[in-house]
Design a protein around this ligand. Structure first.
Ligand SMILES: [Zn+2]
Length: 116
């Protein structure tokens, strides 16, 4: 997928998820040095989302190698997943970890992409 195609995909799902009024920046960079430790396993990150929900701004980062090599379906899943973090993020308790947010976002991504 090209960078332009990624931006069009983000715009399509931004509108579909009702995030039209948000300012969402999309960056493509090498994310391979970043891994998250989650309990006993760690995994590489294909995309990430930083949100300042109180200002309705967010920054999405996508791994440049994954954007070049992953299927459209896989990248769509990443896009929807990261955009749903924007929807859910303000529910996060910052004194707690983010596992509940991660689980809800993963479940909603699956629900949105399920064929009817
Ligand atoms: Zn996530």
């Amino acid at each position: 997928m090209t960078n332009k195609e990624l931006n069009l995909l983000v715009a399509k799902w931004q509108k579909r998820l009702g995030l039209d009024s948000w300012k969402i920046e999309v960056n493509i960079e090498d994310l391979t040095p970043h891994t998250f430790a989650l309990n006993l396993t760690s995994f590489s990150v294909g995309a990430s989302c930083n949100t300042r929900w109180e200002y309705m701004i967010a920054n999405l980062k996508f791994d440049e190698e994954r954007i070049k090599t992953a299927t459209v379906k896989e990248i769509t899943l990443d896009v929807v997943h990261e955009l749903l973090h924007i929807v859910i993020n303000e529910m996060r308790n910052y004194d707690d970890d983010k596992l509940h947010e991660e689980r809800v976002v993963t479940m909603l991504t699956s629900a949105f992409l399920r064929k009817l």
